[in-house]
Design a protein around this ligand. Sequence first.
Ligand code: X5A
Ligand code: ZN
Length: 530
Amino acid sequence: MRTALVYHEEMTAARLLWDDPECEIERPERLTAAVERLQQGGLEQRCLQLAAREASEAELGLVHSPEYVSLMRGTQALSTEELQALSGQYDAVYFHPSTFHCARLAAGAALQLVDAVLTGTAHNGLALVRPPGHHSQRAAANGFCVFNNVAIAARYAQKRHGVHRILIVDWDVHHGQGIQYIFEDDPSVLYFSWHRYEHGRFWPYLRESDADAVGLGPGRGFTVNLPWNQVGMGNADYMAAFLHVLLPVAFEFDPELVLVSAGFDSAIGDPEGQMQATPECFAHLTQLLQVLAGGRVCAVLEGGYHLESLSQSVCMVVKALLGDPAPPLLGPMVPQHSALESIQSVRAAQAPHWTSLWQQGSTPTLSLSTCSPERRPSPVSPGGPKCKAAEAQTSAVLSSLLDRLHLCATPPVRTAIALTAPAAAMVLPPDILRQEESAPREETQAWARLHEALTQDTAFTALGKVLHLLNGILDGQVSSGIATTPAAASTLEVVLRQGLSHGAQRVFCVALGQLDRPPDLANDGRRVGS
Ligand code: X5A
Ligand code: ZN
């Protein structure tokens, strides 16, 4: 199982042939810069590289009208003047003689990615394409977009692969109104978009980009809009949006496939977005999405106009898709007042449609059972007392969630494995550390007194190794570990006790399969689950 990277150099052919300050940012270098950076970082070689194919006209017809497809086919033979005149018929669009070919490759790349992931050739992947797609509509080009690559891929996944529920996550900084229109009455496709909105004063200036647009008829609740009313949204705001809006709804929806309209104009440095999120944030967003749909995540490039920021963000997404740990997020993890207002408004608008949003409801009083409000100071900010309370509580909730999502420094060792005979002979993948060391003999002996079973030879050796592994995890040197032992229940009991006495405030224990007997922890209130 691998990460697919779908690309074709011919998608760099289309370019602006006349003066248009609005359109000039959508340049061929967007793709070449991103691909070069993937090569330099050794990431391209780690992927299953696929050459994009053209989508057929029948495939384009899954979303677009035959008349529109014919009109686009015709652009191949137009003069520059005719191309410019036709471009003027649409909002923020330019055509080039190669546009039709590029746009078919862009849609085809998304389809290939879906094929690779749904046939099991790849686990997940990214399609690097242009022109982008999410503004394009049934019979209209819009916002640099000609064919709606992600919408076509969604319909294709349903028709060709029998997928029922698809989640589309649009983290581009613009509202993908094209995707919204195509699926607005369709409950089989859940469309989530955050976007720069500024109370309707940012392009494309649509009333239906606001949080109260939730879908139509049977599709009510399956359009989720999160409008940002200020620029400067950063890592904490994006993480809060995922944790408090997208993920609760997405878990409840339970998609079989996740498509990402992966625009990077929502990252720091982009002239369109004017946002502050760093490239590392996109590794975290990607990582969070991988808990859905069995990890079947297909990302398709949309916008992103700052070449350096775009390239770095693309690398972060590919690294996360490959399974590399996400780098720590820098800066205070406190969402802005305006971000919390937006999050509250979409939660309120969506609450009637999703039980996972009920607990906190539409009022700005937030609480979560697992919240640890004592952990971080509340932010001081303007706003009425009601909002202030909401803000304080939300960021306390968020902080504790973020802590638990390991947004702290990544430990040097990702996975250590402590094996005893007969498993000790096992051949391990190169990225897993074989741990041979044991805890000091006296420490092991002290714990072994707890149970007769632990004094037995192999069990005693295993216990020493497990204790050493646990110490590595508690010290932050190791992220996770696996150990074998012939005395599972007794060893587990030691691990739980040692964990609780060395820094862990609460331990969550999940037993898969059967233990020889349940661990005896009846007298410990910090055992929250077993
Ligand atoms: C795909 C994308 C943006 C169009 C902006 C027009 N389009 N002002 O980012
Ligand atoms: Zn965009």
